[in-house]
Design a protein around this ligand. Structure first.
Ligand code: LLP
Length: 417
């Protein structure tokens, strides 16, 4: 079977046509069973030492997903007061939230300090700011292990070409500043970038990072960050990340470090994409077909406002075509299409030169792996409304988990209109 949605019974008791008719398009559709399964993979990643998986909510902050993460026993990391607030309202206790701040104001730091939320500072200047606000407090430092990895230069967050983290040569200065304010550095964290399918650079970075960690005496935790990849080309046979091998390697490294460090220490990771991406597909409708200079365009309602990854990073998302509730087989007759949205930019391209079964108007396109950095990066560009989100529960039934925006939602931001 070459359909992911069929082989996983993704839509439970519904088909995409019924969902599109009930909830409209574009529509983000989640599958609860897949989501919980991926959360459990990450929860069980390291077994040899005390361990916590933090769900990185920048990936997807739908409150229903956050509640499920809480139920599955995950902790979470946040990047902003908004993300912290979402986690608190979803029910996360403050000690299960880790604030990984970057270039933030006094107000933002105070927001976390007032709520007792552990905060990581990623420059000496931010540490100084934190020290002024919270002398004698506890905090973490984000360190640069010198090795980065990721699917695009824009998402590599360690090494030389990045704004993130404290470089090795600045660690002594950071310690002086911490002493000045009597700050206790109880954690160190890293995040080297997003999406690796081969864990080698991640493990290498962890080795470097743990060498740096040894230079801190009061650590209660070390946090390796996220970046675990998923196969975006699964329809053509791309394999998943070898979780078992990664798990074994991590177990070994952590056990060694725990022994050498000699004090109780908790190990953490911050996965986002691995947990959310494959649990969601994006359904859109084909509204027009056109040929221009030999290119066959499929015009849909999935613009760059709905899913920006392809136009922002040139990212690939597999696409299945559904007609009257049935998936079209890629063994049928195919053609090469450029799939585009309805936004006023030529770069509004979802998939370029893509081989698909012959597409007709009113077909539905089902875009796979849309759960990570999908909805959360969507926008109101061209005054288009943000999509609705539906979850297929473990009972196979669809439930609305975020309503579609209305035009009135947009007007609400303007005083006097
Ligand atoms: N921890 C920190 C500090 C991060 O900055 C990130 C992601 C994560 C964890 C989670 O990384 P993940 O496990 O999801 O790779 N918008 C891009 C990805 C940006 C990632 C930003 N940071 C994309 O659509 O590919």
């Amino acid at each position: 079977m070459n359909s992911f949605t069929q082989s996983t019974s993704f839509f439970g008791g519904s088909n995409p046509e019924e969902l599109a008719r009930s909830f409209g398009t574009p529509l983000y559709v989640y599958n609860e069973a897949i989501l919980r399964d991926r959360m459990r993979h990450m929860q069980g990643l390291i077994r040899s030492v005390p361990f916590t998986a933090n769900y990185s909510i920048k990936t997807n902050s739908n409150l229903t997903l956050l509640r499920i993460a809480l139920e599955e026993g995950l902790s979470a990391d946040a990047m902003s007061p908004g993300e912290i607030e979402f986690l608190l309202r979803a029910g996360f206790p403050q000690e299960r939230i880790f604030y990984v701040a970057n270039n933030v104001s006094d107000e933002e730091l105070r927001f976390a300090i007032d709520r007792g939320i552990m905060t990581s500072l990623d420059s000496v200047s931010q540490l100084e700011r934190f020290g002024r606000l919270n002398p004698n407090g506890k905090c973490a430092l984000r360190l640069n292990p010198g090795v980065g990895a990721g699917h695009h230069e824009k998402v590599i967050t360690a090494g030389k070409k990045t704004k993130f983290a404290i470089a090795q040569e600045d660690i002594d200065h950071a310690k002086i500043v911490a002493n000045k304010y009597n700050l206790k550095i109880v954690g160190v964290n890293q995040h080297i970038g997003s999406l690796f399918m081969d864990a080698t650079p991640y493990l290498q970075a962890i080795e470097n990072f743990l060498q740096l960690a040894k230079g801190f005496e009061d650590l209660e935790f070390v946090d390796f960050g996220g970046g675990f990849g998923i196969p975006y080309r699964k329809l053509s046979g791309e394999k998943t990340l070898d979780i078992d091998a990664t798990s074994k390697a991590l177990d070994h490294i952590c056990e060694q470090f725990a022994k050498e460090y000699g004090k109780p220490i908790v190990f953490k990771i911050e996965p986002g994409r691995y947990i959310a991406a494959e649990s969601c597909v994006l359904i859109g409708r084909v509204h027009s077909l056109k040929q221009n200079a030999g290119v066959h365009y499929v015009g849909t309602d999935i613009g760059m406002n709905v899913l920006v990854r392809p136009s922002m990073y040139g990212s690939w998302h597999d696409i299945e075509v559904y007609r009257d509730g049935e998936v079209l087989s890629s063994d049928d007759q195919t053609a090469i299409y450029t799939v585009v949205g309805n936004i006023c930019e030529t770069g509004d391209i979802l998939a370029k030169d893509r081989t698909l079964p012959i597409v007709r108007e009113n077909d539905l396109l089902v875009v796979l792996d849309a759960g990570a950095y999908g909805y959360c990066m969507s926008s109101n560009y061209n005054n288009r409304l943000k999509a609705a989100e539906v979850m297929i529960g473990t009972d196979g039934l669809p439930q609305l988990i975020r309503r579609r925006q209305t035009l009135e939602d947009l007007f609400r931001e303007f005083p006097g209109f």
